[in-house]
Design a protein around this ligand. Structure first.
Ligand code: ASN
Ligand code: ZN
Length: 339
């Protein structure tokens, strides 16, 4: 049936009032982002697994900013997919997660019917979709922008480097999702969702309003590594979300530099493993280097030593070996003890 392109107004829980892609079909509105590959959102609250109904509405105004209204999480999911699409297209010339112009889809209120609440989100290559739980007490859906972009970046990684999800390569997979997820947050410049180097800072995961992870000093979460050591990866309690700290911290140092710095009103104090100062090259250059390393040089078994060489090759291609950017990549890896 004929679908007329519209542009709805949504009110998300995390992103405030935003424009979202919609169409008008059969006398009602459908949340579908035709301009970005046709991204849609399914509602797992009304039907189990991945076949819940799409979000439709009598008017083109969606959500009310509160988690009690089912549409609200869908607005944040649709917006997160749009910002991620725009970021990859406009910054890296990548058309969609797999680079083929096709959109993924999102499922919100996942496991609502099975569990009290699911405090997680996940990317699934098989359905080419992501699922979002409703979070703590069902009130903090995992649809925050950096988490949405984190999940979709897992799709980019598996379509490119294909990093294996364990050990050091798994840590690099996780770091890639945090790094480029954060890049999307900065790209969006949404005043209701100020960008920072914290991950999942608004989903209240632990009930204390602390973020899931911090890139400036990953050890702040009590688990993650600030720098590489053999024994960290030998720990039986090792998790790829802790090993990502090394890559996250590298990226922070590369983009922003070591020591104290205030960005969007938040003050960071990032240490280095060797006590030497690192001067940042800015986010834009650092993002280009990481993305090029991921898509041109990393493979399924790349470890941190390999990531150092992949990012140096990327910096060489982009800026040359005599550039300040190339030297900063060396200094930032030295700062997280990856030699
Ligand atoms: N939210 C998690 C992640 O994307 C899901 C998982 O454990 N893979 O990292
Ligand atoms: Zn992840």
């Amino acid at each position: 049936s004929f679908e007329a392109l519209k542009s709805g107004v949504g009110t998300g829980q995390y992103n405030g009032k935003v424009t979202i892609g919609t169409v008008k079909a059969g006398g009602k509105f459908l949340m579908k982002d035709t301009a970005r590959g046709g991204h849609v959102v399914r509602n797992a609250k009304q039907s189990p697994e991945d076949r819940g109904p799409l979000f439709t509405n009598a008017t083109d105004t969606w959500g009310n900013g509160k988690p009690s209204m089912a549409q609200t999480a869908a607005v944040d999911a649709q917006y997160g997919a749009a910002m991620t699409w725009d970021y990859y297209l406009n910054v890296h010339k990548r058309k969609g997660i797999r680079g083929n112009g096709k959109a993924a889809y999102s499922i919100v209120h996942y496991r609502d019917r099975v569990w009290e609440s699911w405090l997680n989100a996940q990317w699934d290559d098989d359905c080419f979709c992501m699922r979002y739980g409703d979070g703590l007490d069902g009130k903090y859906p995992f649809t925050e922008l950096d988490l949405a972009a984190h999940e979709m970046t897992h799709g980019v990684t598996s379509a490119t480097a294909g990093l294996l999800y364990s050990g050091e390569s798994g840590a690099l997979d996780e770091a890639t999702s945090d790094i480029l997820g954060t890049a999307v947050e900065f790209y969006a410049e949404n005043p209701k969702a100020p960008a920072n180097y914290l991950i999942g800072e608004r989903v209240n995961f632990h009930g204390d309003n602390k973020p899931l992870r911090s890139m400036d000093k990953p050890s702040k979460d009590g688990h993650s590594a600030d720098s590489w050591s053999r024994k960290f990866f030998a720990d039986p309690d090792y998790d790829v979300h802790y090993g990502s700290g090394i890559g996250n911290h590298f990226f922070y140092l590369l983009a922003e530099g070591s020591g104290k710095k205030t960005i969007n009103g938040f003050t960071y104090n990032s240490p280095t493993a060797d006590g030497k100062k690192v001067t940042g090259i800015g986010r834009a250059a650092a993002e280009k280097i990481w993305y090029k390393a991921l898509t041109a040089y990393m493979t399924s078994t790349t470890n941190y030593k390999g990531a150092r060489s992949a990012t140096l090759k990327a910096a060489r291609d982009l800026f040359g070996t005599k550039s300040g950017q190339y030297r900063a990549v060396q200094a930032a890896w030295d700062g997280v003890n990856v030699k």
